[in-house]
Design a protein around this ligand. Structure first.
Ligand SMILES: CC[C@@H](C(=O)O)C(=O)SCCNC(=O)CCNC(=O)[C@H](O)C(C)(C)COP(=O)(O)OP(=O)(O)OC[C@H]1O[C@@H](n2cnc3c(N)ncnc32)[C@H](O)[C@@H]1OP(=O)(O)O
Ligand SMILES: [Co+2]
Length: 157
């Protein structure tokens, strides 16, 4: 079911400081900050070739990463994002296997303009998992919305 690792997400208390760290320490250029109010985060991505790093800062009072940062004030690895061919088929299979799908169970458009879902970390060895549908099937899940917010420099397919 799983294809490539799309990104590793790191929750950070300050996105500007984290971007500066990656720029100076690793000579990598993060994408400009992208505010995603529907997800309660502001993100920057760093393409390292075989995957991406997602730096995330809380946005708004109800940010889903707020409690995580309260427990890890300096930041930390927050989730892994795997690509899948068909997010609805993956969700239904995982639900049948007993996994909890977070939120209302319906995919939302993620940072790359593709449908995403999250799986409860307690069902996956303490690891929060994001599933992201690969580009070619997006149109079937969200007609007309494919690629609307996906930065051209991060398109893989
Ligand atoms: C930018 C868009 C998108 C993309 O396209 O890339 C994103 O990445 S958005 C990223 C942010 N969005 C989300 O994380 C959505 C899904 N997350 C959630 O629904 C919640 O964060 C959560 C996973 C249900 C946790 O809820 P929270 O209220 O923060 O904590 P709880 O107390 O309910 O946690 C229960 C339990 O789980 C442990 N936990 C929490 N977060 C993580 C984590 N990231 N990794 C591993 N474990 C985690 C938490 O410690 C609790 O454990 P116990 O203390 O043992 O009870
Ligand atoms: Co993510």
């Amino acid at each position: 079911m799983l294809r490539r690792l799309n990104h590793i997400a790191i929750a950070v208390p300050n996105l500007t400081a984290a971007a500066t760290l990656y720029r100076t320490a690793f000579a990598m250029e993060p994408t400009p900050p992208q505010a995603l109010p529907d997800h309660g985060v502001t993100v920057s991505f760093i393409d390292i070739g075989n995957t991406m790093i997602e730096l995330m800062e809380p946005l708004g009072n109800d940010s889903p990463i707020r409690a995580f940062l309260d427990k890890n004030p300096a930041g930390g690895i927050h989730h892994l994002c795997y690509e899948v061919d068909d997010i609805i088929a993956a969700r239904d299979h995982l639900r049948n296997e007993g996994a909890r799908i977070l939120g209302d169970g319906e995919p939302k458009i993620g940072a790359h303009g593709r449908p995403v879902l999250f799986l409860h970390p307690k069902d996956f060895n303490g690891t929060l998992i994001e599933l992201e549908q690969v580009q070619e099937k997006c149109e079937a899940v969200f007609p007309g919305k494919t690629g609307t917010v996906f930065p051209a420099n991060l398109r893989k397919n």
